[in-house]
Ligand binder design. Sequence first.
Ligand code: NAP
Length: 499
Amino acid sequence: MEVEEQVLAWNTLQNFINGQFVPAKDGETLDNIYPATSQVAGTIPRSKSQDVEVAVSSAKDALHLGPWGKTSVNERADLLEAIAQEIEDNFELFAYLESRDTGKPLSLTRRVDIPRAISNFRFFAGAVRHSRDDFHPMSDAFNYTLRRPVGVVGLITPWNLPLYLLSWKVAPALAMGNTIVAKPSELTPSTATLLADVISRVGVPQGVFQLVHGLGAEVGQAIVEHPDISAISFTGGTVTGKRVAATAAPQFKKLSLELGGKNPNIIFADCDFEKAVEGTMRASFTNQGQVCLCGSRVLVQREIFDAFTEAIVEKTKALVLGDPMDPQTEVGALVSVDHLEKVKGYVELAKEEGGDVLCGGERPEMPGVFADGAFLLPTIISGLTPQCRTVQEEIFGPVITLHPFDTVEEALEIANGVRYGLAASVWTQDLQKAHRVSAALETGMVWVNTWLHRDLRVPFGGLKDSGVGREGGAYSLSFFSEARNICIHMGEHWNNIGS
Ligand code: NAP
């Protein structure tokens, strides 16, 4: 069967609970919309707390009664590698489904989303195989640390990088022996369902991985509230994150919150101009600006402000927007018409706040089936003060604002002058300046002369309203495990040299 036909067959999606694909208990469904056309591509279950209840109970049984609790680290690592291989073997189907749910270009899902999901599983297979635990000797005793699974964990993910972010949580959670109840965004349910299919085929025992589709307020909230879920790993917006924290914290659940950003992209006059322009284009418009790490506030030193503005406006106007499935397309649709309206609302707000729209800002006229698609021309706005709402609030679309600055101090004041603190980019050829600025930025991550350059071992996460906790490498393995110290009394001087 051609991949396009296979994609069409993935239309009536189901939950995956206790090793079975099942509908919501009450049979209710939600439409799954292809945002590039606004047409219905299929349905998903509109699950409720009763479905979450069954999923949690299956996950508990799998944790305590099934074979999962007896698997070795190497057996779990082998399963992660088998999952990676199955995704690779079904690469095109994953890539098409991701593009259909999100409206992002197929070229992007082929280049970024699906390869990263594969490497997430391979990476955590290797990481857990090679992980080491602590040993602390004393003069009369020694301590060693056992890492136990946290238990049943709840994984809640957003729509912008659906499989990429889900696999980033599923892989370390499985590696450490937990069982899972996951909820993807209801806007992007397909690759998560295909992942459940893959997980069932490679031999992960039933009940280890549950997928419950539905609305955040119904399914997500029920997962966060459930007393038998011991940890919540949440990636999404700051407002939702606050709500998740308010529900989970009084139950003393382990909590990882990866939230929104309003990231500064700081261009010094001594940068490599061409590289900074190219990096700014990627940081501004990758995935239609719907990446939490996008550099939506572009700070440019005054000497090069006009030349830099001219260069990025010209390149932005030349971006190819269109059919997400066309390999030439660089800019696809936003995730939904509702989200498009929100983003356009910010362009209107920017005008009211005195901004000058240098390009974009409009919904383009699209041909044929794409006429009602959620498309927005990539947008550049200048002339806004750093304090206004457009520059303070996360827009999460293909919209950037430009801000001139004179000194390092002024750049830092603007960069740090928001409630968010996720990531920043700095473009300069002065190494000392790069170090000083990086140390002074209030963000969890700083890229110098690059953007979104990721090593899966390094800490990933934000400060301030951008979240709590870190993911990545040993940080993820630590989050998805409980450290238990065991102290063995040995008697005086048991480990003295020569004794
Ligand atoms: P969102 O509205 O906060 O939703 C995130 C997830 O939470 C979705 O699955 C959503 O379900 C669910 N949810 C909604 N209400 C809930 C509740 N009361 N309890 C539990 N779960 C609930 O975010 P989004 O619009 O999907 O994603 C965009 C946001 O994610 C942006 O702010 C972006 O910056 C952030 N993000 C952050 C990172 C990072 O690593 N820091 C990475 C990617 C994205 P429904 O979709 O069904 O409502």
